[in-house]
Design a protein around this ligand. Structure first.
Ligand SMILES: Nc1ncnc2c1ncn2[C@@H]1O[C@H](COP(=O)(O)OP(=O)(O)O)[C@@H](O)[C@H]1O
Ligand SMILES: [Mg+2]
Length: 261
């Protein structure tokens, strides 16, 4: 089992969209995928059409505080081979509540270690837009990070903070944590500034940046309100095609992780 955290402390950069659509694409290739919704806003859960009743019974909050096991909280989505642990608003309290817990940085890691390896090939964690205890739990549990970066003028701003958090997690808890890749999102070919940003990011970060660039595409933003991945809502739109290409690159990079895992 390979665990990938989709992280960037900036909100609205495409973390959830990436988690849903890369998860769907990986599942389509035959992998058994679990998406763990670690954002109190629960956008990944909504985007996959998980209703309130199901959420109240099964959530990442229960998993983190230890009131339920992964086997109890993981539920199927409409996408074959894609399961989810949904999120509820309770999670926003978990940042504070967990401080009291023993091994508070390792709650998710321990919960995954017990049940995930037998059931899933890949676990994707959709992180909240912060570098608090929830994201730290994700980074401790993960083998690698996928970092979506929005093609905007301030794209690189905040990245140094993310990188120094990764370094701290590596030295204290998880020496093997690697960066699977940086995905440029919301690329707008009509806007020359985004080209410039994409070039700058590649110049600074080099090969860690995926070749695939996710375009700004209205179908990607419509799909969640229908409770389905863009890849199913409209698999031929430019956004879906880009996510299929990104998933292909993710798959190409997995063997290196497996060796390290
Ligand atoms: N490539 C894209 N093109 C157009 N809209 C997008 C794209 N990616 C994400 N969105 C929309 O932008 C908003 C923020 O994206 P989201 O994936 O939720 O970001 P995050 O999880 O980082 O906060 C959502 O409304 C989403 O539907
Ligand atoms: Mg999100």
């Amino acid at each position: 089992m390979i665990c990938i955290a989709i992280a960037n402390q900036k909100g609205g950069v495409g973390k959830t969209t990436t988690a849903i659509n890369v998860g769907t694409a990986l599942a389509a290739t035959g992998m058994r995928v679990l998406l763990l919704d670690l954002d109190p806003q629960g956008n990944a859960s909504t985007g996959l059409g998980i209703g309130r009743a199901a959420r109240d019974q099964h959530s990442t909050y229960d998993l983190l505080v230890g009131s339920a096991s992964l086997d109890e909280v993981a539920i199927p989505t409409k996408v074959p081979r894609l399961d989810i642990v949904p999120a509820t608003q309770d999670l926003s309290g978990a940042e504070i509540e967990l401080i009291e817990f023993e091994a508070r940085t390792h709650r998710l890691d321990a919960a995954l270690a017990r049940h995930a390896p037998a059931r899933w090939d890949v676990v994707l964690i959709d992180c909240p837009p912060s570098l608090g205890l929830l994201t730290i739990n994700a980074m401790v549990a993960a083998h690698a990070l996928l970092v979506p970066l929005q093609c905007e003028f301030f794209a690189l701003e905040g990245l140094s903070q993310l990188l120094s958090t990764i370094d701290r997690i590596r030295s204290r808890f998880n020496p093997g944590l690697s960066i699977l890749g940086v995905a440029l999102t919301m690329y707008d070919r009509r806007n020359r500034l985004t080209d410039q940003v994409a070039d700058d990011v590649r110049a600074v970060l080099g090969k860690v940046v995926f070749d695939t660039v996710i375009p700004r595409n209205v179908r990607l933003s419509e799909a969640p309100s229908h409770g389905m991945p863009a890849l199913i809502y409209d698999y031929r739109c430019a956004g879906s095609e880009a996510y299929i290409a990104l998933a292909r690159e993710v798959i190409e990079r997995l063997p290196k992780l497996r060796k390290a895992a």
